[in-house]
Design a protein around this ligand. Structure first.
Ligand code: AMP
Ligand code: MG
Length: 502
């Protein structure tokens, strides 16, 4: 594929050393392209820490030239921006061509600690993959991705990161006219299950893509032979299964609902990507769905591990021809690996849940966890608040838990939990402290995010900036942040919905 849009702006040296190994090595999966000119670009937020880790000078990023680059208007010197091609299963149905319909891969940078990352723009204008879409994005959803991805990072969950959001000055038609915006994000790559689905139908590029992905994400596998029982591609599949099983457990432990787990939104790296209709749980509920378009509940909170396994089966199908020339051999090899997903997921979840409850993994009793989940679900108890309340309980403060679950209902469970803690022989204060280091106090609560994004869309960034500060310090209690631990009022939760691709 190759095409280049008429140049809309000059080139500037903002991001020195931008490389383009993906575009150079996998040209068949890219279209050379560049962003639309932004009528009046204004920087809304820039991530100074992330910029520093990338070796970027924040004052340069804040300059007119820097904002031009981050808005997609200006191509940095030496950069080869491309729109990436990919396919994907969306809500179970196959779409053979999706691709970056409103995004560009600007290039790659090597971080201060030697990791290669993608610098990518979202909302930068139409591309050959735009289909019926306008190619743009608006302020609310781009700030939403900025804040939620940075909150996930602060929670220690693998994720793409946000470098900046620039308002473009363009009016974009959504529910009426909304202010346009471009998000600059950083990811260990933008290779998705959908990239493999696209490549598998293109022929030779599939093996090049697999070798590229191995070298980029699982370099320890590069020495393995391309053929034979323990070949590189089978072990690559296993590595992705492991990364995604671990990621699914992290989401489930923190109460994160991705909302649109199509195969084009499932990475090979194991990072969370594409924060469209995502949300955090208030009350624990496996059936929780926030996205307005997920009517069947395919991507409900409790379905996430099963859906990831389904997405990994789609990845497996693309790798069959690389794994063995005999289809039956390939199918049985990938099936055996895919079947390890459940156990891997359960192990990660059990270890995480043990830590949340202050227990060493060896003594975690599965029924203890299941019974707690049943109690929390029955009483609609706030997921995030419940684990902090249990730690408070250990410190002798029973009020927080009393606000969540009636004492007579939870007392027998508390006794069993105390029994397990006693067996472990660690002091209560020490256990409570350990729990507080893994159970966040502050998450991006839907009602607060909603208020902050509405204000930002109307030009007031202060609530957004405050919420960003809070959720990027999820474990450190501060007295003036007490409002941020409150669950949403019921009237809000009953009607709250998120929207995809907005
Ligand atoms: P998503 O579900 O947001 O990850 O997007 C799915 C597909 O729709 C991708 O191919 C996107 O590039 C494309 N898409 C989403 N929004 C737009 C838009 N406003 N204009 C063009 N393409 C879009
Ligand atoms: Mg996507």
């Amino acid at each position: 594929m190759a095409a280049i849009q008429e140049s809309t702006a000059g080139a500037v040296t903002i991001v020195a050393g931008l490389e383009s190994t993906f575009a150079d090595e996998l040209g068949a999966l890219t279209v050379l392209w560049q962003g639309a000119a932004a009528p009046d670009p204004q920087l809304l937020v820039v991530n100074e820490q992330l910029a520093a880790s990338l070796g970027l000078d924040v004052t340069v990023l804040q300059s007119a030239d820097g904002v031009g680059v981050m808005s997609g208007s200006t191509v940095p010197v030496g950069a080869t921006p491309v729109a990436m091609a990919y396919a994907g299963h969306q809500f179970g149905g196959y779409a053979p061509i999706l691709g970056d319909g409103r995004a560009l891969l600007l290039g790659e940078l090597v971080t201060n600690d030697g990791q290669r990352v993608d610098l990518h723009l979202k909302g930068s204008g139409p591309t050959p993959f735009s289909r019926g879409g306008d190619g743009y994005a608006v302020v609310g959803p781009m700030l939403r991705e900025y804040l939620v991805s940075e909150a996930m990072y602060a929670l220690g969950i693998p994720t793409t990161r946000a470098l900046s959001v620039v308002a473009t000055g363009r009016h974009v038609r959504r529910n009426g006219a909304e202010p346009g915006a471009v998000l600059a994000r950083v990811a260990s790559s933008h290779i998705r299950v959908g990239t493999f689905e696209f490549a598998a139908r293109q022929g030779e590029v599939l093996q090049s893509l697999a070798d590229f992905a191995v070298a980029r994400h699982y370099p320890e596998l590069t020495e393995l032979s391309a053929t034979g029982t323990h070949n590189r591609y089978l072990r690559f599949f296993e590595a992705v299964v492991e990364a995604q099983a671990s990621l699914a457990a992290r989401w489930m432990l923190v109460g994160f609902v991705h909302g649109v787990m199509n195969t084009d939104n499932t990475t090979i790296s194991g990072e969370t990507i594409d924060y469209g209709p995502c949300a955090f749980l208030d009350a624990f509920d496996p059936a929780a769905v926030f996205s307005s378009i997920d009517r069947g509940g395919r991507y409900a909170f409790g379905n996430q591990p099963a859906v990831l396994k389904w997405n990994l089966a789609r990845l497996a199908e693309t790798l069959l021809t690389l794994i063995d020339s005999t289809p039956d051999e390939s199918i049985s090899a990938v099936s055996a690996v895919l079947e390890t997903f459940d156990e891997r997921y359960q192990n990660h979840y059990a270890a995480g849940m043990a830590a949340k409850l202050g227990l060493a993994q060896a003594i975690v009793d599965r029924t203890l966890v299941d019974d707690l989940l049943t109690l929390l679900a029955e009483h609609g108890a706030d997921w995030t608040g419940s684990f902090r309340a249990l730690a408070d309980e250990l410190r002798g403060d029973s009020a927080p838990l009393d606000n969540l679950v009636p004492r007579d209902h939870i007392a027998p469970w508390l006794q069993r939990w105390q029994g397990a803690l006693t067996e472990q022989g660690r002091g209560s204060a020490e256990t409570a402290g350990a729990m507080d280091r893994v159970n966040p106090l502050y998450i991006p609560r839907n009602h607060q995010l909603d208020v902050a994004l509405r204000a930002a869309t109307d030009g007031d960034l202060v609530p957004f900036e405050t919420l960003l500060e809070v959720v990027t310090h999820p474990f450190d209690r501060r007295d003036d942040w007490s409002d941020y631990t409150e669950a949403a009022p019921q009237s809000f939760s009953e009607t709250f919905q998120t929207f995809c691709g907005t």
